[in-house]
Design a protein around this ligand. Structure first.
Ligand code: ADP
Length: 310
């Protein structure tokens, strides 16, 4: 578990974070979302101590992070950035295993780990392991950046706008990928984005930030349905974003298959409720007037992609 207790950060005359209090449960997928300058990156970088607080304490597994050996702390905190800089003169498996090498893993173990991780993100190790970074697309490089951060099995993975530079299709694929990795690996993921759609799609819990203050923390559903204030309401319903829709809109668009299974959602549930349910089990069965229908994760993604293309 990670806890921020009254954490402030002052940059000269700019108070970037003001008495932040935050609890992030172990193995959560936690998203920090807010407009540019709200303090998201500052919050994230305090966890691997790239930035030190001016005041307050941060605890990781009940111990102040300031009391950890810095190297040990950083080994527990994988870090993925927007522009992942792979080492251009190292091949892909060497890039993935670079931290393992510094920890003294044998060459055999390093290669095995790199190949395993490549196959986990659908990059065929026989094809990709010995390629150079320049021989990969942006989306493929970003996949490698993600698995590099996972290579030595950190407890926490910090991700700072990792998909902002990607085209919408690669972005969706990588969002799917991190959701799957999160389910499989049981690590705590902390993800920074300014995109509320991305926050809703990924986060089990979401903290909405503005000007160094947390406005609201909750599940996507809680925030959408009960915004704490006008800022949160406006942020999640801005005119550039599609308004929240219900599961009925997917059914109306032709998604879903007839089934005899027992329903767990009604068609008037929000799309974010469907997304949350799909994280637990897929497909999700919905009650409709024509009888139960099963909606799968691909149905939801295709629907959202089609909606975005509108
Ligand atoms: P976000 O990630 O939400 O865009 P940041 O954490 O990067 O926000 O920044 C929060 C505030 O702190 C902003 O006003 C930003 O200009 C300021 N800030 C960030 N880094 C520095 C720095 N190194 N020196 C001075 N001000 C900074």
């Amino acid at each position: 578990m990670i806890e921020f207790k009254n954490v402030s950060k002052q940059y000269e005359n700019n108070l970037a974070l003001d008495k932040l209090n935050l609890t992030i449960p172990s193995q959560d997928f936690f998203v920090l979302v807010g407009p540019s300058g709200s303090g998201k990156t500052t919050t994230l970088k305090m966890l691997n101590r790239l930035i030190e607080p001016t005041d307050g304490n941060i605890y990781f597994d009940d111990k102040r992070i300031i009391d950890y050996d810095l190297k040990q702390l950083r080994l527990q905190m994988g870090y993925v950035l927007q522009n992942i800089a792979l080492f251009p003169n190292l091949n892909i498996q060497e890039n993935i295993a670079i931290q393992a090498e510094s920890l003294g893993w044998s060459r055999k173990d390093r290669i095995a780990r790199a190949r395993h991780l490549l196959s986990q993100v659908d990059l065929d190790p026989d094809q990709y392991a010995t390629r150079m970074p320049s021989e990969l697309s942006g989306g493929e490089q970003q996949r490698v950046g993600i698995i590099r951060a996972l290579a030595i099995k950190p407890k926490v993975v910090l991700m700072d706008e990792p998909f902002s530079a990607l085209d919408p299709i690669s972005r969706k694929q990588l969002q799917d990928l991190v959701l799957r990795l999160h389910r499989e690996l049981k690590m705590t993921f902390i993800f920074v984005t300014h995109d509320m759609h991305e926050a809703l799609r990924l986060g089990q819990h979401i903290a909405v930030m503005r000007l160094g203050h947390i406005q609201q923390i909750g599940t996507g559903d809680e925030i959408m349905q009960h915004p704490a204030n006008d800022f949160v309401r406006g942020f999640f319903q801005n005119e550039h974003a599609p308004r929240p829709t219900t599961v009925q809109s997917l059914l109306d668009a032709g998604y879903g298959e007839a089934t005899t299974a027992a329903a767990t959602l009604t068609a008037d549930a929000s799309v974010s409720a469907l997304a949350a349910a799909l994280k637990q089990t897929t497909p999700v069965v919905v009650t409709t007037v024509q009888g139960p229908r099963a909606l799968s994760t691909p149905d939801l993604l295709d629907y959202l992609a089609a909606k975005e293309a509108d």
